[in-house]
Every structure is written in structure tokens, then in C-alpha cells.
Design a protein around this ligand. Structure first.
Ligand code: RB5
Length: 156
């Protein structure tokens, strides 16, 4: 798979560990930075870069890391077509893919250990989007995105 990765300084270490793991199991990694943990940088631009790579189809999936994972998940979700999920464990990662059809996985480099994050990432990659009611719910999210600020008719 082609996987885009990006992080700010707070997520740099975990991003490096995840990228190395992804390469070791045969994935093609596009590393969108940052390239060190010393220089503080703003997380939105890295989350945006990963989101745009996924939305444009240049990457199949994305991985974003900041200190908590919160900032990158908020920012990545502003890119049209991105469903970014902040996860802390294997179950959350698997369900993010199966139920929410997440296409970007976010971690906190200061809150989640590398071993847990690697296991969660593997679970995410092994999972497949579930269909039926989950398709409908993901379509509802897409409709919200299309509607922008306009109010939606909420189905009963
Ligand atoms: C950077 O200090 C920190 O605010 C950032 O990595 C992230 O945790 C934001 O959500």
C-alpha cells in the first residue's frame, strides 16, 4: 500500500517508528515531514499534507502524529474526503476502519507508546470497511461535507 505519513515535532519520534515499521513490512511510505523534534512546527500543515495526499489518491491511507493526536485529527478532517480517526489502541484502530471507513489514522506521540501504536496501525491496515449500515452512516458524513454550513435533513 502507499501510505503518507506526517507529524509535527511532538509526533516526530513516533512517526519515524511507524514509517520504519511500514517500510519493513513492504509498504511504500511518502514521508511529508517534519524531519526533527527540535524545531517546533505547526501541526495543521502536516495534517493537511497527509490529508491532501489521501484525498488526491496519491496515497491509499495516511498516518498523522502530533503530541496528543488531537490537533492533527482536527486539521486532517478539514480536507474534503478525509475521515481521520484519533486512536489509542488496537480495537479503536480496527473499528475506525471497519465502522467509520477512516482513511487517516492519528496518534499522540506523547500519549501512545510505539509498541501500542504499531499494533494499532497493523490492525487498521488488516481491517476492511464494513458495509450495510456503516455505508449509510459514512454517506451521511459525506452529505454533511457537501452541504457545508447548510442544515441537513436528518433522517429518522
Ligand atoms: C505541540 O506542542 C502540541 O501542541 C501538538 O503536538 C499537538 O499535541 C496538538 O494537538
Amino acid at each position: 500500500m502507499r501510505i503518507a505519513v506526517g507529524a509535527d515535532h511532538g509526533g516526530y519520534g513516533l512517526k519515524e517508528a511507524l514509517a520504519e515499521h511500514l517500510r519493513s513490512v513492504g509498504h511504500e511510505v511518502e514521508d511529508l515531514g517534519t524531519d526533527n523534534e527540535r524545531v517546533p512546527v505547526d501541526y495543521p500543515r502536516y495534517a493537511e499534507a497527509v490529508g491532501r495526499a489521501v484525498a488526491a489518491g496519491r496515497a491509499d491511507l495516511g498516518v498523522c502524529v502530533c503530541g496528543t493526536g488531537i490537533g492533527v485529527s482536527i486539521a486532517a478532517n478539514k480536507v474534503g474526503g478525509v475521515r481521520a480517526a484519533l486512536v489509542h489502541d488496537v480495537t479503536g484502530a480496527r473499528l475506525a476502519r471497519e465502522h467509520n471507513h477512516a482513511n487517516v489514522l492519528c496518534f499522540g506521540g506523547r500519549t501512545t507508546g510505539a509498541l501500542t501504536a504499531v499494533e494499532a496501525l497493523d490492525a487498521f491496515l488488516a481491517a476492511r470497511p464494513a458495509h450495510g449500515r456503516h455505508d449509510r452512516r459514512v454517506r451521511e458524513i459525506g452529505a454533511m461535507e457537501q452541504a457545508g454550513e447548510q442544515a441537513l435533513e436528518v433522517p429518522a
